[in-house]
Structure formats: structure tokens, C-alpha cells
Design a protein around this ligand. Structure first.
Ligand code: GDD
Length: 332
């Protein structure tokens, strides 16, 4: 019998890489999708329609999928948007995790099976950072409705582990990107715009804070860490990061110079794209994941930036016009 897995948020960037990883390891993959997102998933995935705001749907899906491992990636994951939709973000990202944990607990009780649970925690929980680099002991100071919701979900995951003995792990993942990244996150927004500028399809790119410092890794590497957490003997929490930091400005330099362009001729600063409270710097110390899980990132900053912009440059004209850059005033 192949091992069975259930992924929430399967139609997102991480869901797609994790799907590939789990198929390569012989798993049966079930995915929880919202109505209208099915076409973004691998056709081999067994799909189940549900919404994380509706707890009535979750237990029946677990009963059908009979998963050995649940990867809970589903969330409203855009930080800037969470300031405009705070209650919705807390409902999906915070309470949605609690609904999923509770459904898994009920399913374990009814079926007598062990289900391992992965929670997609976030480096945004460190927010106004108490120290650099950040590790599993660093105190949290969330700076957005999204980060507050993720922190609630993080502590619920720990509490289900401690209170009910559940095999529940949190991966505190720092920013991770790829050619499949959503177009409203800064890296993909930049690579898509640079490709379109190179191809003569657009001229200007609106951005917010270019001084923000992030620890950017490759999503394909990071889903490997998720899987390793659930294969370890004991459940625990891990920081997953590269330990290397760059500013948004440095990402612009890397991408535009790769295309022989000067970003200063194209970038406009839009005050609407600044956040009410910013996370100035994130830099992760993943030594625990290296030591205990034997995990390490393979793709570096330059390779990541070039991989993303090359993919956008070679997208078909149809894809490029469909992926129109966000408009001024959009929350991207
Ligand atoms: N999105 C966006 N758009 N960000 C911009 C822009 C812009 O036009 N201009 C500057 N930035 C800055 C943001 O202010 C932020 O400091 C930085 O670029 C990165 O923004 P995002 O790419 O939107 O990512 P994030 O760091 O806020 O959050 C991502 O990483 C978290 C893990 O640390 C998301 O994937 C979260 O879901 C994830 O938890």
C-alpha cells in the first residue's frame, strides 16, 4: 500500500513542489482545493473541494483520503493584503489551522490511525526581530494581521502536540521563491516585470520599500525540509532558511543586470505599496535543521534570481499577457 498524503493549499507554489516530491517518493497525493483552483494542480492528484473556513468539510475529507501525513500549507499568505483583510486572514490562516488540527485529532480517534501533521509556520512571526539571525529560540514579535494569525496557528500546533501527543511539526520557513511564485510577491513581481520590459511589453514597475532585507531561498529545496520533518522519530519545530540576506534593491540589481537593463530607468516608488508596519530584516539560522534533519539549501541567491527571470523571459506570449503586472494601487 502506498503511503497517503493530504496537502492543503495544493494549488500554490509550495503545494506544487511538494506534490512532485511526494509522487517521486511513491505517495498517493490528495489535495484540498477551493472551488475554481483545480486546473492549477497535477492531474494525478485526488482533489477534494473544501474551504478552511468551513470545518464541516474537513473530517469527511480525512475519512476519504486516509492520510498518513497532512501538510497544512493553505492560508491567506500575502502580508500586505492582510492589513486590508485582517478578519478574513485570521479566519483562514489562524482559525483554519485550528479547524484542521481538530479534524485530524478527531480522525485519529475515530480511525485509530497515526497521522503526522506539518504546519507551515513563517519567519514573519519574528517580525520586529529581537536578534539576528533568528533561530527556534528567538522571541516572536509579529507585525501584521498575517503574522499574528500564523503565530496563533504555530502555538496551536505546539499545544496539540503537548496536550494530545499528536505528531505535529512546525516549519518556520523564511521567504522561498521560484518561477511558480505568485505574481504579487516582490521577487516574482520583479522578474515578471523585467522580462516584460525586455520584451517591450511594459516600461514601468511600481514598488514599495526597496530597503527591506530578506533571506530568500528556493521553494523546491524547502519542501524537502517539510517532508524530512515528518520522517524524523520525534515531532519538533525547525527554522528553514539559507542564512544569506539581500535587500529588494539587490534583487533588482541581480535580475535587471542579467537582462542588460538598468532598473533605475523603470522603477517607480509607490507609497501605497509600503506596509503600515514593516519587517525590516529576516535572516534565519537553520543549524538545527542541518544537524537533526540533514537538510541544507542547494540553490543560492544568484541562481534563484536568474532561474526566475529566465523562466519569465521564455514564457509564451499568451502566458506573459495573461500575467499582466499588478496595477498601481494593487496590493502587490
Ligand atoms: N509584495 C511586495 N510588492 N513587496 C514589496 C514591494 C511590492 O511592490 N515593494 C517592496 N516590497 C517589500 C515588502 O515591503 C517586504 O519587505 C519585501 O518586499 C518582501 O515582500 P513579499 O515578497 O510580499 O514577502 P513577505 O516577506 O512579506 O512575505 C513572504 O514571506 C513570508 C516568510 O517570511 C510571504 O510568502 C509570506 O506568506 C511568508 O510567510
Amino acid at each position: 500500500m502506498p503511503r497517503s498524503s493530504l496537502i492543503t493549499g495544493i494549488s500554490g507554489q509550495d503545494g506544487s513542489y511538494l506534490t512532485e516530491l511526494l509522487f517521486s517518493k511513491g505517495y498517493e497525493v490528495h489535495g484540498l482545493v477551493q472551488y475554481g483552483r483545480r486546473e492549477l494542480c497535477d492531474p494525478r492528484v485526488k482533489l477534494h473541494y473544501a474551504d478552511l473556513t468551513d470545518s464541516s468539510a474537513l473530517l469527511p475529507i480525512l475519512e476519504r483520503a486516509q492520510p498518513d501525513e497532512v501538510y497544512h500549507l493553505g492560508a491567506q499568505s500575502h502580508v500586505r493584503l492582510s492589513f486590508d483583510l485582517p478578519v478574513h486572514t485570521v479566519d483562514v490562516t489562524g482559525l483554519g489551522t485550528l479547524r484542521m488540527l481538530e479534524a485530524v485529532r478527531q480522525y485519529q480517534r475515530i480511525s485509530g490511525r497515526l497521522v503526522k501533521f506539518y504546519q507551515a509556520s513563517s519567519s514573519e512571526m519574528f517580525g520586529k526581530v529581537a536578534e539576528t539571525p533568528q533561530n527556534e529560540q528567538t522571541p516572536f514579535h509579529p507585525r501584521s494581521p498575517y503574522a499574528c494569525a500564523k503565530l496563533f496557528a504555530h502555538w496551536q500546533t505546539i499545544n496539540y502536540r503537548e496536550a494530545y501527543g499528536m505528531f505535529a511539526c512546525s516549519g518556520i520557513l523564511f521567504n522561498h521563491e521560484s518561477p511558480r511564485r505568485g505574481i504579487n510577491f516582490v521577487t516574482r513581481k520583479i522578474t515578471l516585470a523585467a522580462a516584460r520590459i525586455k520584451l517591450g511589453l511594459q516600461d514601468k514597475l511600481s514598488l514599495g520599500n526597496l530597503d527591506a532585507v530578506r533571506d530568500w531561498g528556493f521553494a523546491g529545496d524547502y519542501v524537502e525540509a517539510m517532508w524530512r520533518m515528518l520522517q524524523h522519530d520525534t515531532p519538533d519545530d525547525y527554522v528553514v532558511a539559507t542564512g544569506q540576506t539581500h535587500t529588494v534593491r539587490e534583487f533588482l540589481d541581480e535580475v535587471f543586470s542579467h537582462l542588460d537593463l538598468d532598473w533605475r530607468e523603470h522603477v517607480e516608488i509607490d507609497p501605497n505599496l509600503f506596509r503600515p508596519a514593516e519587517v525590516d530584516i529576516l535572516c534565519g539560522d537553520a543549524s538545527k535543521a542541518r544537524r537533526v534533519l540533514g537538510w541544507q539549501p542547494k540553490v543560492g541567491f544568484q541562481e534563484l534570481a536568474r532561474m526566475m527571470v529566465d523562466a519569465d523571459l521564455h514564457a509564451t506570449p499568451d502566458e506573459l499577457s495573461l500575467l499582466e503586472a499588478p496595477r498601481v494601487g494593487d496590493w502587490g
